[in-house]
Ligand binder design. Structure first.
Ligand code: NAP
Length: 290
């Protein structure tokens, strides 16, 4: 079997278009554009690239982009004060604090300072708790993007066996909650899981979010499984996922490539979350089809 390759780049482009198409109606009604503020602390090159890309995508969608920077040696209290300032800014609908923060800062405490209504990364404990209890929440961008790709390919996910490899707060745990919310039977695997291959082989859906290049191999998969590869690993200057694409694509029914699979979805969902947050803050119904 040769798997269908799931085109995350194309899906992300269509989501960005749908977001951009809904922005003018919001601006007409409210008298301003939806706004996303990105906070960057320090000079980490990868973080700078991500923040720049997010700002560019925000402007391309017709929204307002705000960038706030602090030096690497800023005090945590300064960062929290900046976040509170953005919480009170009526033109800002979404706030993201680019991670990782410098080691002297407590990322959890900073995230808790964000107004949950503006927490477009979905990392605030209030939003994590809402997701876990099945009520409306801002959901972390990467796992929500994965769910969109899965539903686009499979439609109703009810009753499917889903295996999520990885249990981070950013990807694995919210991914598992989303799949549970779709009535999948969900297994979360991690570094202490015994016989990982046998666990992964149960999955009609396999989501790999591990950070280990090409760890999940074709012979671990149930034939026909839908495989979502979240991993981004740099090997010899090349981007490689957590799934061994060559062998997995011989067994899976469908698989996301790296690059061009999950990666482009993250920013597209960030824009979607910003628009959804903008509507929710003002008590407006979210635009349909997002
Ligand atoms: P993370 O916080 O490092 O978590 C990795 C998870 O994988 C942990 O739960 C860990 O288990 C588990 N793990 C590690 N080694 C394992 C092994 N040998 N067998 C089974 N499980 C193992 O990473 P993350 O933030 O979730 O990111 C995961 C990957 O996704 C990375 O490659 C990251 O770059 C990528 N990512 C991509 C996007 C995107 O936009 N596409 C966004 C976010 C992350 P323990 O909990 O037991 O330690």
């Amino acid at each position: 079997m040769t798997a269908e390759v799931i085109d995350g780049k194309a899906f992300a482009a269509s989501l960005r278009e749908r977001v951009a198409a809904a922005v003018p109606a919001f601006a007409d009604k409210v008298g301003r554009k939806p706004g996303l503020a990105a906070v960057l602390v320090g000079e980490d090159p990868a973080s700078r690239v991500y923040v720049r890309a997010k700002g560019k995508a925000t402007l391309a969608a017709g929204m307002a982009s705000f960038e706030r920077r602090l030096p690497a040696d800023a005090r945590q209290a300064e960062l929290v004060a900046l976040v509170r300032d953005l919480n009170g800014d009526e033109g800002v609908d979404g706030i993201l604090v680019q991670l990782p923060l410098p080691p002297h800062m407590d990322a959890g405490a900073v995230i808790e300072a964000i107004d949950p209504a503006k927490d477009v990364d979905g990392f605030h404990p209030v939003n994590a708790g809402r997701l876990a209890s099945g009520t409306a929440a801002l959901v972390p961008c990467t796992p929500l993007g994965c769910l969109m790709l899965l539903k686009d390919r499979l439609g109703d996910l009810s009753g499917l066996e889903a295996v999520v490899v990885g249990r981070s707060n950013i990807v694995g745990k919210p991914m598992a909650q989303l799949l549970l919310g779709e009535d999948c039977t969900v297994t979360i695997a991690h570094s202490r899981t015994s016989d990982l291959a046998a666990v992964v082989r149960r999955g009609d859906i396999v989501v790999a979010a591990v950070g280990r290049p090409a760890m999940v191999r074709g012979d671990w998969l149930k034939p026909g499984a839908t495989v979502i590869d979240v991993g981004i690993n740099r090997v010899d200057g090349r981007l490689v996922g957590d799934v061994d694409f060559a062998s997995a694509s011989q067994v899976a029914g469908a698989i996301t490539p790296v690059p061009g699979g999950v990666g482009p979805m993250t920013i597209a969902v960030l824009l979607r979350n910003t628009l959804v947050a903008a509507h929710a803050r003002l008590g407006l119904d979210p635009p349909a089809g997002l």
